[in-house]
Design a protein around this ligand. Structure first.
Ligand SMILES: NC(=O)c1ccc[n+]([C@@H]2O[C@H](COP(=O)([O-])OP(=O)(O)OC[C@H]3O[C@@H](n4cnc5c(N)ncnc54)[C@H](O)[C@@H]3O)[C@@H](O)[C@H]2O)c1
Length: 365
């Protein structure tokens, strides 16, 4: 079944363009409506998407009567989430929030309460990499018991220089300012990491046992007045509690800047085997290696995957559209979106207080 979908984009910056392309590829007719107070961003957007209706503020845009199936995409910096999310849900529309979901756990809970009260969905774009073919296969190995009792996971993704706001997208310096982004690399990338790990390992509770944050010093010539007070390297010792009472210890590390070497490891170990995989499948390609014991020796089988169903930036909007249409989808919405987000905020809380943190999945107390 196809329908006309109205996509309301709040923000006409870099990621909004990808959502606009994704909107054009939805089944059926799509109308594109966009609000951004920045005239240059609106002009750029209008040049790329001449069919879009443009507004200079979200309040006027969202004042038109809602229709069922309308989706508002929040494609603005995180410090705007609570106000814009409240406005969007109050207008009677489903909301797709860019990652990170909010600035802090309280804001996320407030938005969830409003979505529930209005019987609407609030989805998070942290679902962007949750359902790649390699990750689906890794999850199948975990769920089928092929790995035996799963007891340890390693997640290490480190690059030497790829700070958003410096080496990547230097036009958006707000990524470096904790009052605008709520933090650094953990707000920027950890939403994806927890969304994937929570999907594959399906914990009912996540403990952040220990955590640390750092900002390695490098030569920089940022414009005068630029605020740069966020972490670009972080790590945590996590413990995932599963519904069957087992625990998985997770060694977690993320860096967009380090004086150490670049490293990329994603591996889950169980008593009967291990799986190591490339989960992002950037460029549509990925590998998964399953290692077991054969006659006392390690034996590995590597599968290659060369296709994903959708480009990464199409996924969040297409997933939410399907969920609203009642179709199976990998959308991450409402309590699940908040659970993932609370896990990453717990990394900050643990690092800042020195106290372990525990996050319970809703309904799993
Ligand atoms: N850039 C990327 O590659 C990328 C990828 C995935 C997710 N994201 C996420 O998307 C969000 C936006 O990032 P971006 O890179 O598009 O930023 P950007 O700086 O390119 O664009 C943000 C836009 O929001 C507009 N804006 C600010 N306040 C607004 C308001 N109240 N109403 C309407 N518009 C407003 C700004 O004028 C600007 O045009 C962030 O949360 C980011 O983490 C970005």
């Amino acid at each position: 079944m196809t329908r006309t979908t109205r996509i309301y984009l709040v923000g006409a910056g870099v990621i909004a363009r990808f959502h606009a392309q994704a909107a054009q590829r939805l089944p059926g007719e799509t109308q594109l409506i966009v609000a951004d107070p920045n005239p240059a961003a609106r002009a750029d957007f209008a040049g790329r998407f001449p069919q879009a209706r443009l507004f200079d503020n979200a309040t006027t845009m969202l004042a038109e009567p809602a229709q069922s199936g309308d989706i508002v995409v929040l494609a603005t910096p995180p410090f705007t989430r609570l106000a814009l999310g409240t406005q969007a849900l109050s207008s009677g529309r489903h909301v797709l929030c860019e990652k990170p979901l909010a600035m802090n756990a309280q804001e996320a809970e407030q938005l969830l309460a409003l979505a529930k009260a209005r019987n609407l969905l609030i989805g998070c774009c942290s679902a962007r990499f949750v359902d790649t073919p390699t990750t689906r296969e890794a999850k199948r190995l975990v769920d089928s018991g092929s790995l035996g009792a799963v007891y340890h996971a390693t997640f290490v993704q480190r690059v030497q220089r790829f700070r958003t706001g410096i080496e990547y997208q230097p036009t958006s310096r707000w990524f470096l300012d904790s009052s605008k982004n709520g933090g650094g690399i953990v707000m920027d990338w950890t939403p994806y990491d927890f969304t994937m790990l929570n999907s594959v390992l399906a914990p009912v509770r996540v403990e952040v046992v220990d955590a640390w944050l750092a900002n390695p010093a490098t030569h920089l010539s940022l414009p005068a007045g630029t605020v740069f007070d966020v972490e670009e390297h972080a790590g945590a010792t996590l413990r995932f509690h599963r519904a069957d009472g087992t625990k998985v210890n997770v060694t977690y590390e993320r860096a967009s800047c380090t004086h150490g070497e670049a490293r990329s490891v994603l591996e889950i170990e169980g008593t009967q085997g291990a799986v190591r995989w490339n989960w992002l499948m950037i460029g549509g390609k990925g590998e998964l290696t399953h290692t077991t014991d054969v006659d006392g020796k390690p034996s590995s089988v590597t599968q290659t995957f060369d296709k994903t169903e959708l480009p990464p930036h199409d996924r969040p909007l297409h997933y939410l559209w399907k969920r609203i249409a009642g179709q199976p989808s990998a959308a991450v919405v409402n309590a699940d979106a908040v659970f993932n987000f609370r896990c990453l905020r717990a990394v900050y809380d643990c690092a800042n207080t020195g106290q372990p943190q525990s996050i319970q999945r809703e309904g799993q107390a």
